[in-house]
Design a protein around this ligand. Structure first.
Ligand code: RP5
Length: 163
């Protein structure tokens, strides 16, 4: 089935949603449709293959993939689709997300995963990068993204407040 939803957000577990919802909220704030799915590289490998192999034909343009611990999901997705994949390292309990970060960022040459920061910042920035990619061929979205950035700039006070 073809979708006009440009961004897929996939995550390894329900527990990742607390982080990945920040990507979803950022996309929503920019008026970008997304489809969020749980796709575990090790618990649902068949789902992973089906999703990643079919993502382009489904009509997705960009994939945001978040996972924690031994986080193979973003790299495996990237190996199965030509679409750009942005990886979000989810903060793990045992190693505070250092494991997730290194698992996602250290892709051998040939299969890229654009890796963001650990946790919420990475999720928000993955959405902003997805928006920037889509804005290259969507002037309305480019204007919304400019507006979003201007609003962020305007929200920064000149001096700190005690309140
Ligand atoms: C990974 O294991 C997931 O991406 C998640 O970050 C981590 C823990 O998963 P749960 O045990 O909470 O399902 O696959």
């Amino acid at each position: 089935m073809t979708t006009h939803t440009p961004v897929a957000i996939v995550m390894g577990s329900q527990s990742d949603w607390a982080t990945m919802r920040h990507a979803a909220e950022t996309l929503a704030a920019l008026g970008i449709a997304y489809d969020a799915r749980i796709v575990s590289a090790h618990r649902t490998p068949e789902r992973l293959f089906a999703f990643a192999r079919g993502a382009r034909d489904e009509g997705f343009k960009v994939i945001i993939a978040g996972a924690g611990g031994a986080a193979h999901l973003p790299g495996m997705v990237a190996s199965l689709t030509p679409l750009p994949v942005f990886g979000v390292p989810v903060e793990s309990k045992a190693l505070s997300g250092q494991d997730s970060l290194l698992s996602i960022v250290q892709m051998p040459a040939g299969i890229p995963v654009g890796t963001l920061a650990i946790g919420r910042a990475g999720a928000v920035n993955a959405a902003l990068l997805a928006a920037a990619v889509l804005a290259l061929s969507d002037a309305d979205l480019a204007a919304r993204l400019d507006e979003w950035r201007s609003a962020q700039t305007a929200a920064v006070a000149e001096r700190p407040s005690d309140d």
